[in-house]
Design a protein around this ligand. Structure first.
Ligand code: MIC
Ligand code: SF4
Length: 641
């Protein structure tokens, strides 16, 4: 039986386990990436693991999220990451060099390799044929130390792309269509593998736009083959030698098959407040727009920016619109500056932002109250823009640029002929914002400013787990709800005690105070609890508040792993109707917790208030059971070393 691409890479990297979907496997990690908002924690944890030098083929620390530097906090974090990277063997990408995923694709990604990143959009690397997975910082820390990465062997869903996109339809429309068809839960437990004759028409940056937003499907990762198109991209980056061909076997078997006819796709938008709430622009109509933001790890490549510049050239941004543009990397910005495209953007009235995440993570550019904001980004969860009442639509760069000119949501087909942009034969290469690590045996001093606070570590599991149901939330709660990220909070990513004061406050302002007053307890969640990002602060902040377990209808993959890594019990209702039987403040009790967890199947939760009980499933591997018993991955790693 032939293998698909995902299976080929997994087979080449398999450390333990059977390659049957659903069973736990572990794989060797070739490369890691971190960004600053999760990186401080990842490196603090790496230091706690106590390994003298990273053991990966290449590890890179990017600074792209917290670049506002309104106080000393961000700068402290940057300094810490730079010195810790230098000491332990990690390349350091300085602020200004660009968004981690964009830069990694350009300068570091290698087809056929595995990449583990402390950011949920790490699958962007799938555009170049890497098996690129997002994980919590602690998992990345362990991988840097040479430990394998454990995951559930995914099912592989083949998305066959037929035909060719019409002019004005974009890669963004392909992934929006996949989201429309599969939904934000549709990728859970799967790798989305792209195939079909249509992929040959897509450049690497376009492929990367598609794999990037596979994160919004909840997928383990997404991947394209490594073919001639990949070779041309790497050649233009001066990295031809990194290329290997990677195609599925002709008799490869897939668990699922979706077909998309590219020729039928029209410009689309994901409407507020979910990336799968997708509709054709022509059907949404000409709503008035207040802000247009172009950039993010989804759509900030050279090709994207050139299309935008061509649309804006010689025209003027509408009076009612603020247009901001953040080119994805120093490379992109340099090329736009050299070929005059930057001048076209500025002349049209665009505001040029630094090559960083910026408004995507709420670092600046919060729109006005009740605003309609069009963004080329990947997430439009409520409040993520920094303005709770804002309505964010996710669109292609073409739709964004066209709408910035007209002031209303615009189908770019109205503009006439679409610009034709050629992939450059050579990108401008200048890696002078990447600092190489010091040689082994160096005496570099790791600098820890006052913003770097100790992080909480759990205790081994007790005989009894008891406490109140401290909050009860609905379906699709995101990590943005659990641990909000905005310009005020992002600078505190290395200060969990402070962050914990804001845990789940978008759902309930009183939650942190209630949790502390009760000495901790339980969170009750709906389905897909913890979707969205890799931020392990969404587990560490509850841990800081004494949360012992989360009982939900289902969990998002990375968040569940982060809970286990923190020693917090992730339980799912055996019978979903039991969710309805719990009210806030009910006293819950798990007796003989150690014995029950060891059996790994399920635990009986007693509701002392209602004098009832129900069964909650624990879908844990043997290793995860040991982690829960030890009180998290860090304790477990220390015990097993
Ligand atoms: C995001 O897009 O939400 C982030 C910020 O990049 C996160 C990581 C984080 O919370 O720091 C992600 O997607 O993993
Ligand atoms: Fe940065 Fe936004 Fe991409 Fe997250 S989704 S890595 S915040 S650009």
């Amino acid at each position: 039986m032939g293998l698909n691409i995902a299976q080929k890479i997994i087979k080449n990297h398999l450390v333990t386990g059977e390659m049957t979907a659903g069973s736990e496997i572990s794989i060797r990690i070739d490369q890691t990436l971190t960004q600053d908002s999760t990186g401080t924690m990842a490196y603090l944890q790496f230091e706690a693991v106590g390994i003298p030098r990273v053991k990966t083929k290449k590890s890179v620390a990017y600074i792209d999220h917290n670049t506002l530097q309104a106080g000393f906090e961000n700068a402290d974090d940057h300094k810490y990451i730079q010195t810790v990277a230098e000491k332990y063997g990690v390349y350091f990408s300085k602020p200004g060099n660009g968004i981690c995923h964009q830069v990694h694709l350009e300068r570091f990604g290698v087809p056929g390799m595995t990449l583990l990143g402390s950011d949920s959009h790490t699958p962007t690397g799938g555009g170049i044929g890497m098996l690129a997975i997002g994980a919590g910082g602690l998992d990345v820390a362990v991988a840097m130390g040479g430990g394998p990465y454990y995951l559930t062997m995914p099912r592989v869903c083949k998305v066959e792309l037929k035909g060719k996109l019409n002019s004005w339809s974009a890669a963004k429309d392909i992934i929006l269509e996949v989201l429309r068809v599969l939904s934000v839960k549709g990728g859970i437990g799967k790798v989305i593998e792209y195939a079909g004759e249509g992929i040959r028409t897509l450049t690497v940056p376009e492929r990367a736009t598609i794999t990037n937003m596979g994160a919004e499907l909840g997928a383990t990762t997404s991947i394209f083959p490594s073919d001639e198109v990949t070779l041309q991209f790497l050649r233009a980056q001066g990295r031809e030698n990194d290329w290997v061909e990677l195609l599925p076997d002709s008799d490869a078997v897939y668990d699922e098959h979706v077909v998309i006819d590219l020729a039928t796709l029209e410009p689309m938008a994901a409407m507020p407040h979910s990336p799968d709430n997708v509709e054709r622009i022509s059907a949404i109509g000409n709503i008035k727009v207040d802000q247009v933001a172009i950039g993010s790890c989804t759509n900030s490549s050279y090709m994207d920016m050139m299309k935008v510049a061509a649309i804006l050239k010689g025209r003027t941004v509408a009076q009612n619109v603020s247009l901001v543009i953040a080119p994805g990397s120093k490379q992109v910005l340099t090329m736009l500056a050299q070929n005059g495209a930057l001048a076209d953007m500025v002349a049209a009235g665009a505001r040029i932002l630094e090559s960083a995440c910026g408004p995507c993570i709420g670092m600046g550019q919060a729109p006005c109250t009740d605003a309609v904001s069009l963004r080329t980004f990947n997430r439009n969860f409520e409040g993520r823009s920094g303005t709770t009442s804002a309505k964010v639509y996710l669109v292609s760069p073409e739709v964004a640029a066209a709408s910035a000119l007209t002031g209303v949501l615009t189908d770019p087909r109205q503009l006439g002929e679409a610009p034709k942009i050629e992939m450059p034969k050579e990108f401008v290469i200048n890696d002078n914002l990447v600092v190489a690590p010091a040689p082994e045996g160096n005496t570099v001093e790791v600098v820890r400013g006052p913003n770097i606070k100790p992080f909480p570590v759990n205790r081994p599991l007790g005989e009894e787990v008891t406490g109140k149901a401290l909050i009860k939330v609905g379906d699709n709660i995101t990590t943005d709800h659990i641990m909000p990220s905005n310009a005020k909070l992002l600078p505190f990513r290395s200060n969990v005690p402070y962050l914990a004061e804001f845990c789940l406050t978008p759902c309930d302002q009183e939650f942190p105070a209630r949790a502390k007053a009760n000495g901790g307890g339980f969170i009750i969640g709906g389905s897909n609890y913890g979707q969205g990002s890799s931020r392990e602060h969404a587990a560490l902040a509850p841990l800081q508040l004494g949360i012992k377990g989360v009982i939900a209808k289902s969990f998002a993959r990375i968040h569940m792993a982060n809970l286990i890594n923190s020693g917090i019990l992730p339980m799912t209702f055996e019978n979903e109707t039991d969710y309805d039987s719990i009210d806030m403040n009910d006293e819950l009790l798990i007796e003989d917790a150690i014995e029950q967890v060891k059996e790994a199947g399920a635990v009986i939760v007693k509701n002392l208030t209602k004098q009832s009980e129900f069964s909650a499933k624990l879908s844990l591997s043997d290793r995860q059971v040991q982690m829960i018993l030890a009180g998290g991955l860090l304790n477990y790693t220390k015990v097993s070393n």
